[in-house]
Write a protein that binds this ligand. Structure first.
Ligand SMILES: Nc1nc2c(ncn2[C@@H]2O[C@H](COP(=O)(O)OP(=O)(O)OP(=O)(O)O)[C@@H](O)[C@H]2O)c(=O)[nH]1
Ligand SMILES: [Mg+2]
Length: 334
């Protein structure tokens, strides 16, 4: 017996989807309001039991892209088990499964990657040297903004280009010093912008840099005064606010946070601490809820090579790690 959930605006519509997808030979085990809106119908399908527990190395494909075709039902099952394990919100999960079922994919990673490519936008930050407005990293306290600023600067410097760092995190004890400590390793002296006008001046001073990144203080998205203060800094010049959000937090909270930072002007997000989180539903929930494009993935505390430009198949491998990738994640070796 296997369980599957379908979400639609009404229970009648959800049942229609159930019948279209699985026929009449199903048992409805639950009908409930979905957290994301609409009604979720859960049905039992009369098939041999499938353990819905965490994906294990034994279940992982030996090599995400190179393995030959698996039976279509096995692939959909594997995608389904991973969606459940990662706590993917039902509404997105249903769409992913529909895509996984729509074609014969070589394996589950490719099926999930193809679904992510269709459902989520991917828009990495421009490579150094490409003309782009300065980026301001914004997000909740402790999300990884300062470390990400250092990672972006390091990527630019490693590429032989010039990076400029600024910070508006000047009121909090130690805020600016953390960035300065990272920046020293890169021989960069970050500019401390105490006021919006200082920020304008600072941005002019780094105008010749290939990549200018502004670090900001962590903001409570429910605190209007804090968000307004941040908004005043974003508005002073042509700056792109980019949300930084850690993986692994509750997916409904992540969606709320993303929606508030979208109001501030964020259109892209960087997900950090992917190496520390076994469940990545947050990533999809936040991106889908606020229509944010995934820009970069932080999957290491290291500054050097600390960010990977987000792409659907790379992300799918984080959801369904290959044996080799899982091994290297655990041991730090190739
Ligand atoms: N393992 C891991 N740790 C990370 C990653 N990104 C950030 N961290 C850690 O997360 C913690 C917080 O990172 P910060 O960059 O200081 O976070 P912040 O958003 O600037 O925090 P505030 O300025 O206090 O709001 C630090 O201990 C970082 O080393 C990552 O991708 N992986
Ligand atoms: Mg910081």
């Amino acid at each position: 017996m296997r369980l599957r959930s379908f979400t639609a605006p009404t229970s009648t519509e959800a049942m229609n989807v159930v019948r279209e997808t699985l026929g009449d030979d199903v048992i409805v085990v639950a009908t409930q309001d979905d957290e994301g809106g609409g009604v979720r119908v859960t049905v039992a399908i009369d098939e041999p039991d499938v353990d819905p527990g965490p994906p294990s190395l034994a279940m992982a494909p030996a090599n995400g892209r190179a393995r030959g075709p698996e039976p279509a039902g096995d692939i959909v099952d594997e995608v389904y088990r991973n969606l459940r394990f990662h706590r993917i919100p039902a509404a997105i999960g249903d769409e992913v499964l529909a895509i996984a079922e729509s074609r014969r994919w070589p394996n589950a990673t490719v099926a999930l990657g193809a679904a992510l490519e269709e459902l989520i936008r991917f828009d990495p930050l421009p490579a150094p040297g490409r003309t782009a407005p300065p980026v301001m990293l914004v997000g909740p306290p402790g999300a990884g903004k300062t470390q990400t600023a250092a990672k972006l600067a390091a990527r630019t410097v490693m590429d032989g280009r010039k990076a400029g760092l600024l910070t508006i995190d000047t009121k909090r004890t130690g805020g600016a010093e953390t960035l300065a400590a990272f920046a020293r390793q890169l021989r960069i002296d970050p500019i401390r912008a105490e006021t919006p006008q200082h920020l304008v001046d600072g941005l002019l001073a780094v105008g010749n840099c290939d990549c200018a990144v502004v670090d900001s203080a962590g903001c409570n998205h429910l605190d209007i005064a804090q968000m307004s203060e941040l908004g005043r800094h974003v508005a002073v010049a042509e700056i792109e606010p980019v949300l930084v959000l850690p993986a692994g937090i509750d997916h409904m909270e992540a969606a709320d946070i993303a929606a508030v930072f979208r109001e501030l002007g964020a259109r892209r997000m960087i997900v950090t601490r992917v190496d520390m989180s076994r469940r990545l539903g947050t990533v999809l929930a936040a991106a889908a809820a606020a229509d944010l494009a995934l820009a970069e993935i932080g999957d290491t505390p290291r500054i050097k090579d600390g960010l990977q430009p987000a792409d659907p198949f790379g992300l799918a491998e984080h959801f369904i790690p290959t044996v080799a990738a899982a091994h290297s994640q655990r041991t730090g070796t190739e």
